[in-house]
Structure formats: C-alpha cells, structure tokens
Design a protein around this ligand. Structure first.
Ligand code: LLP
Length: 438
C-alpha cells in the first residue's frame, strides 16, 4: 500500500519498504513487467491538468475560449485520444503530429497547424486533411497557402503569428516572443501591419485573428498580461487603419512546471483569471469586443504526468574527483540536460528510505560525455548494478524529442489510470530501425 506523498508532485509516493509509487502503481512491478528504460504516464493527471484549463476558462473568462493541447510536448495516439475525449483542440506542427491526431480519431477541424516553415507539401497535406485553422507564420507561407486554397476553391481559416516583442526570461532556446525571433512577424517593426493587409487581401483566406507565443517554461509574473495588452493594442490599431476587427486572440503556451522542489508552483487557474481580467479591462479601454481566447499549453498538461525508469549499470568512483551513476538510457530518451541544462529530480526508486550519501552525476549509455541526465545529485552509496532509478517530470519534451543516436531503440510508453497500467507505445526494436534501410 503506497503512502507518504513526495513534495514534488502528489502522484509520487513511497511505500513502507521504501519503494517509489507513481500514479498509484509500484515502479518495481512496472519495470519488471515492461523492462527499462521505460516512460510512464499518468492518465488521471493528464486529464486533471486539461480540466484545470477548461474549468478556469469556463469560470473566469466571460467570452468564448478554446484550449489547444500543444502536441509537440508529447504526441502519440493515446495522448491524442485523451485530448479528443476531453473535448479540447490541438496544436500540431507537422504532418506527423496531424496524422497522429487524425488516426486517433481527432477531428482535425479542431486542429491548428503551426510552424515557422511549412513546406508546400505540408500545406497541401493539411488542407487535404481538413485542418481547421492555419497559424500562418510569414508572408511566404501566406501566399503559398493562398495558392493552395485557390487551387482547391476553398476559403481556409487562418491566424497570423505575430511577435509581440516580449522577453519572458526563460532559456534562450525557447524564448520566442522577442522582436528578433525566427517565429512570426514583428509588431514593432511595422511588418505585422503589412502582413495583416496581405492576409485581408487574400480571396481564399479568412483571417480570424492573431496568435503569439512568447516562450516556454515561463514563470514571469505578468508576461501573459503584458503580451495580451500589446496584442490588443495591435488589434485596435489594425481596426483603426483597416476597419478589420480580429475575433480571435491566441496567447500560445508556456506556463512553467516544477522539475525540482525549489521551483515555484504556478497556479494556472489564478493566472488565467489574471489574464482574463487584463483582457477585459484592455478591451473596455480600447472599445474592442471580447475576442475568442485561445491558449496552447503543452508542458503544463503532460510534464508532471511523466516519469522515466532506468536501471543502474555501473557506479564509477574516481577517488578525489567524482562519481558517475550510469543508467540504461540517457540523452537518447531525454536530451533536455544536454540541450538546456534542464533540471530534474532523480530518485533511487527501490531505496527511497536510504540515506543519500553519495554525490554523483547521472549519466547514460550514449557515446559522448555530454550524455548526462543530471549533475551533482545525491543517491545512496549502496546503489549498484540492477537498481532502479527514476527521473520525475519527464512527460513533456522527452518522448517527443527522443532520438536514435547510437541506434539505441526508443523506450515504450505505459499509461496508468486508476493504478492500472497498459502499454500505449511499444518498445522499439533494432529491427524497427532497420525497417527503413534499403
Ligand atoms: N504554442 C507554440 C506556438 C509553441 O511553440 C509551444 C512550444 C507551445 C505552444 C507549448 O508551450 P509549452 O506550454 O509546452 O511551454 N523543447 C523545449 C520546449 C520547446 C517549446 C516549443 N514550443 C524543452 O524541452 O524545454
């Protein structure tokens, strides 16, 4: 029987024998049943996170709203089925993500096709599949889409991606709202205004409104409010110049999640309440109608619904220098430390009640020194080959960023609901990798 919840997240607990439980399931049993490395996902948590957004919009936003799951955070059939069954919409950035949603039975009329460099093939494929709305990033894409829509004799709904010129103080790789970003068209330079004029002149495109996304893993106090004011100011100036009033405002994704105990907790409901109030006030000041409000959370839907299990291989001690604990996965299934220096909480999954008296780096099996999962963690000195290691909060941007480096097949995904586990993505095999080779 699991008890004693861990402070990081209430789907993590420890039983009397010192074993880690996740989503009510014993990590040792799951590791034995499915092998390691293993991605675990907590379906109840995914649904609860989605409902947090839906309920907040329903209760705190007086107009229409739509929650889009940003599927780049984690995309496979079962996740899309869950999103579909919760009735939310989807943000997809490639035909691959769109196909996953389509095969899951997701109504692509509720899909938003994003991305800063959609190819002609991407555009044709998304139009063919009936994607509801394109989030158009640049003038070249706008004319390519106009051509495709004209060819098919349809009127395609679009949003324009704008760059509001907001620095949200997250790591550079995901800081996307600044004027010099590769994404979108900047308001500050005046280019956004001409972008809008071009869109309005397109006979086969129906401009619904504007999109922006300032960054990911954002903790800044008022960044969404600042962004909303800039976007609404732009909407008002467009109305003044052209008579066109945007009906949709999409504020993107980005709320940060806790990876380690010292990370602050974001109260999504309160945040949405604050943004809602700012938008209402600003609309009143500018005499704008309330837009249909969209948000695109990815990380905050799935991150804390994920846990990765590994088995220890070697424990290398270099006297006077340092210790390494190697596991059977690494940067292939979780490249986030290598890419961003991302923090994670690591647990000795079967030795949770032992003293953590060894400082070590948690490293993987891949052939480069950069293959680290976390540096300077504390683990029990007794850790030895075969012992389980768990890394928490791996539900976002782990599976979706996994690579085939060293031709190491990718781990399976097991979904847990009400303490019951089921395989939702099988383990890749070396034969799967060879299937593409001619
Ligand atoms: N909307 C757009 C247009 C985005 O570009 C993103 C994330 C989201 C929504 C979802 O943001 P979220 O709620 O997940 O923060 N690989 C990086 C994260 C890249 C984020 C890319 N865009 C990482 O592992 O931290």
């Amino acid at each position: 029987m699991a008890y004693e919840r861990l402070p990081l997240s209430d789907n993590l607990s420890v039983n009397e024998e010192g074993r880690l439980f996740f989503a009510g399931a014993d990590t040792r049993t799951l590791a034995e049943k499915y092998g390691t490395p293993l991605y675990l996902m907590d379906e109840d948590r995914i649904r609860a996170n989605i409902r947090l957004y839906k309920d907040a919009f329903r209760d705190l936003w007086p107009g229409e709203a739509e929650v889009l799951y940003a599927s780049k955070a984690c995309s496979f059939l079962e996740i899309c089925r869950i999103a579909e069954s919760e009735g939310i919409s989807l943000d997809a950035v490639s035909p691959g993500e769109l196909l996953t949603a389509k095969k899951a039975g997701f109504d692509l009329g509720r899909a938003y096709f994003q991305g800063n460099n959609k190819t002609d093939e991407d555009i044709a494929c998304a139009v063919e599949w009936g994607v509801g709305t394109f989030v158009t990033d640049n003038p070249e894409e706008l004319s390519a889409l106009e051509k495709e829509a004209a060819r098919r004799g349809i009127r395609q709904k679009i949003l324009l991606r704008l760059t509001p010129g907001v620095d949200c103080h997250t790591y550079e790789a995901v800081n996307t709202g600044k004027v010099d970003s590769k994404f979108g068209v900047a308001i500050e330079t005046g280019q956004a205004a001409s972008f809008v004029r071009e869109a309005l002149a397109s006979a086969h495109l129906e401009l619904l409104g504007f999109h922006c996304h300032v960054g990911s893993q954002v903790f800044d106090e008022d960044v969404f409010e600042r962004t909303a004011r800039i976007m609404l100011g732009f909407i008002a100036s467009v109305r003044e110049k052209t008579g066109y009033t945007a009906r949709v405002l999409d504020l993107g994704g980005g709320y940060g999640v806790r990876y380690v105990d010292r990370d602050p907790a974001i109260d999504v409901r309160k945040k949405i309440g604050d943004v809602s109030e700012t938008i209402r006030e600003t609309c009143r000041e500018l005499s704008l109608p309330l837009p249909r409000l969209l948000m695109e959370p990815g990380r905050s839907i799935v991150a804390d619904a994920g846990l990765t299990l590994y088995r220890t291989g070697s424990v290398k001690r270099i006297p006077g220098y340092k210790n390494y604990l190697s596991v059977d996965g690494g940067m292939g299934d979780n490249p986030r430390f290598a890419l961003y220096g991302a923090r994670y909480t690591v647990y000795p999954a079967e030795k949770m009640r032992e003293e953590r008296d060894m400082v070590c780096d948690l490293v993987g099996r891949f052939c480069e020194s950069g293959d680290e999962i976390q540096r300077d963690i504390r683990m029990p000195r007794s850790m030895e080959r075969g012992d389980l290691v768990a890394v928490a909060t791996t539900g976002a941007y782990n599976y979706s960023m996994a690579s085939l480096y060293n031709r190491v097949p990718r781990p399976p995904v097991v979904m847990i609901r009400n303490g019951e586990d089921r395989l939702v993505v099988r383990r890749e095999t070396p034969e799967d990798l060879l299937a593409l080779d001619l």
